[in-house]
Every structure is written in structure tokens, then in C-alpha cells.
Design a protein around this ligand. Sequence first.
Ligand code: CO
Length: 158
Amino acid sequence: MQEKEFRTARGYQRLVQEQKNLTPSMEDYLEMIYRDCLREGYTRVNILAERLNVQAPSASKMVQKLTEMGLLDYEKYGIIRLTDAGRELGEFLLHRHMAIEQFLANLGVRESLLAETEMIEHHFSLATLNKIIKLNQFFADHPEIHARFLQYSRQTDP
Ligand code: CO
């Protein structure tokens, strides 16, 4: 898992170094497109708009922007596919999402798990993300310690 993180983070790191950071909104789109493409091999503007709860014209605008950045293959009114660069980034973003969601679940968060993941997932450095992944792995490797933590957390709740 650790090695996979470093591999899939490469494209992301490149963007950060070139200061071409994606906005949180661009990251949400790319993550969703990656999820859809995993399932179906492609997606469409109207499907994306529905999943992301936005109007079709905004989705269309964003898809065009991501296409200009070389992350998507898209012709107007057609189907949307990921380029290799887009797929690499999408894989990283989905991986990051799952790591943060697991992190919150490990803390004992139950309600609003998805909503809170969506709020915070964009704002970690790669170094911090890797530490979070290590903590997840540590809890997975030592379930008895995780159980003790959850018990401690419950006992000291107000
Ligand atoms: Co997400």
C-alpha cells in the first residue's frame, strides 16, 4: 500500500512542483470521472453533473478545462475518457479519498464520514497523507491497539 501510494502520487507531485495545482473542484471532477471510468470505461457530462450535484453547463465547462490540461479525451456532447495522465491523477485522488475516509473511520467518526472526507481531502500535503496512510496501516496491523484507542475515546467523551 505504501509503495502504491508513492507510485500513484508521482503525477500529482509533478503538478505541485510545476505549481499547476488542481483546484478542489477540479480534483472532485477528476476523482468522480475516474470512479465512473473504472466502472464503465467512460462517462458523460450529464452523468457527471448529476453525481456531483452541479448544473450541466458548469460540468461541461470544467470538462473542457480538464481536456485542455491534457487530462481528458472529450469532444463536445460526446463521451469522456481519461488520458494516461488523467488516469494516473484520478487513481491517486481516489486512493487519497479512501485513505482519508479510513482515517476518519479509524478515529471513530461514523456520521458524516463521506461529507467530511469531501471537505478535507484536498488540503493535505503528500508528506502528511503518507503519515495518515501509515497510521491506517498501523491500526490495521494492530487491531488490539485500535480497539483500545476506540475504547479510550468513548470513555473520555464528554
Ligand atoms: Co472525494
